[in-house]
Design a protein. Sequence first.
Length: 200
Amino acid sequence: MKPFTVVIATTIVVIIVAIAGVYAYAWSGLYDIGADSHHSRPVAALIGSLRNHSIDRRAKDLTPPNLDDPALVQAGAGHYAGMCAGCHLAPGKAENGIRKGLYPHPPTLTRFKPEPRAAFWAIKHGIKMSAMPAWGETLDDGTIWSIVAFLQKMPDLSQAEFQDMVAKARGAVGGPAAPAGAGSAGAPARATSAAPPAAR
């Protein structure tokens, strides 16, 4: 057998054995899928890299609207308070039991301004196996961009400024209504998680 043929045959065998090993491990049940059992550092790094590159590839051609438009930012404040604050917090909002139990842990969006295109894509399409829902199933693009616009302003807001902006958004014609059981900051009684991956 020629050396090149040996190399090809060996490579094929190694690939088949590796695939069989992965399937055997998956079927064995040895991997702890519980959210309270975190990934090892290599696995977490691999998943994070896959997520970031996947989103970058799909979001790079998006064209944001004027994210400094006050009306857009105000509308986004109302939507964020009603749908996102429970998992991503808001100015003056403390940690809660939902966040502590989520893995991957949702980023605290009061601490940084996510890259707009990546944030839009993550909000619209969600993130697999992260509790981040695909809001594009229920929200139009304009509404999602309003949330993105608000995210660019939120880290600079005080608690009073945030609550004032939310109140104005809800008082506006067509503004998002406060969900049942919401607190003063507008967090829903049953919060959903959003995990825009721009915190890298």
